[in-house]
Design a protein around this ligand. Structure first.
Ligand SMILES: *Cc1c(COP(=O)(O)O)cnc(C)c1O
Length: 364
């Protein structure tokens, strides 16, 4: 699905509010919520192509929805992975993981300390369909290595475990899978919960728990699988729609508010006079900057005394030019050559905004 183009090397806090599908034809700067079950199709031929998967397009929210797609793209960006698929709960992410990777006759090695419902799902439900499982110590890597048999297709750990907070060595477990994988084909290692702990570790897919930390305010039931694009496309997307594992479009809206709050707290923590001053100094090289946090501002001392030592969130600057016509052109050039900023009129948004309000000038 279409994805907003972003410059590389952005802070995670920026990705948390900028990564996702592009704005609609209305150009909203804040994210729209697409609370719709289905999407109308321009004509029958297009509908047929979209249903056949020959053309991209939204059809029905049990398959895809732009609000869910935004959450998926954002999670992938935050986790440093290529793709993600949102699910209706944490357990449905684990169900989807198992449906996508396992078939009758396969074997799973699973930590014995994982969430109770996960043990029931793997040993009980998948056991009924001919998937065998061996449960091993969360922390003893030798037990994982010893439990692997030629039919093993999945090593399943969560860290820290819920509720006893046993922590596994993700890297050590990641190393177990490929070492033993050559004879019996591909092995997978899924890591689940404690997504922050899973970052930067070599594992094939992860399961950040939407219900817990994505919203952080107890309003959401959701989950996701994050991993390489090919794996998500080949193994999980085909299995997701039929059993209704798909994330409900109302859920990412809550997560997106939580992300915006997180980014805004981060931005506030960095908007003291010092960080702005260094930014202004860079701008000053080519223009005159106007910011109460700068000594050059005519009311600098008053602003510092009245505004708890903070310069605020608005910085203005004059772009130099030989004549008024060139000034306008040069200013528009500055606005249009920014890579990330939203060209719109507002302030105090977590998304940094740039605009060129024509300043009324009095005659000198
Ligand atoms: C909460 C939790 C789940 C289940 O998530 P739901 O969204 O309730 O389905 C699974 N595993 C762990 C470790 C959990 O903490």
């Amino acid at each position: 699905m279409s994805q907003r183009k972003l410059p590389s090397g952005l802070h995670r806090e920026t990705l948390a509010v900028r990564a996702g599908v592009g704005a609609s034809q209305y150009g909203e700067n804040s994210e729209a919520l697409y609370l719709t079950s289905s999407f109308t199709q321009p004509d029958s031929e297009t509908a047929a192509r979209r249903f056949a998967g020959e053309e991209e397009g939204y059809i029905y929210s049990r398959f895809t929805n732009p609000t869910v797609a935004s959450m998926e793209q954002r999670l992938a960006a935050l986790e440093g992975m290529e793709a993600a698929i949102g699910t209706s709960s944490g357990m449905s992410a684990i169900l989807l993981l198992c449906m996508g990777l396992l078939k009758a006759g396969d074997h799973v090695v699973c930590s014995q300390s994982v969430f109770g419902s996960t043990i029931k799902l793997i040993a009980g439900e998948f056991g009924k369909f001919g998937v065998r499982s061996t449960f091993v110590s969360q922390t003893d890597v030798a037990q994982w290595r010893a439990a692997i048999v030629p039919e093993t297709r999945l090593l399943f750990a969560e860290t820290p475990t819920n509720p006893l907070t046993d922590v596994c060595d993700i890297q050590a477990l990641a190393d177990v899978a490929p070492q033993r994988g050559s004879a019996a084909g591909r092995r997978q290692l899924s890591l689940h919960a404690g997504a922050a702990a899973a970052r930067a570790v070599r594992c094939r897919h992860r399961d950040p728990l939407g219900t817990k930390y994505l919203d952080g305010q107890g309003r959401v039931v959701a989950g996701a699988l994050v991993g390489p694009r090919q794996l998500i496309a080949d193994k999980f997307i085909p299995s997701c729609a039929a059993p209704a594992c798909a994330c409900r479009p109302s859920m990412p809206g809550w997560c997106s508010r939580a992300w915006r709050r997180w980014a805004s707290a981060w931005k506030r923590s960095r908007s003291g006079p010092w960080s702005w001053r260094s930014g202004c100094n860079r701008i000053r090289a080519s223009s005159a900057s106007i910011y109460p946090g700068l000594e050059s501002h005519p009311q600098h001392a008053l602003a510092m005394a009245q505004q708890s030592g903070r310069g605020g969130a608005v910085v203005s600057f004059d772009v130099r030019a030989a004549d008024p016509g060139a000034a306008r052109r040069n200013a528009f050039n500055v606005v249009d050559s920014t890579q990330l900023l939203s060209v719109t009129a507002n302030l105090g948004d977590v998304k940094t905004i740039i605009t060129h309000p024509p300043a009324p000038r009095t005659a000198a």
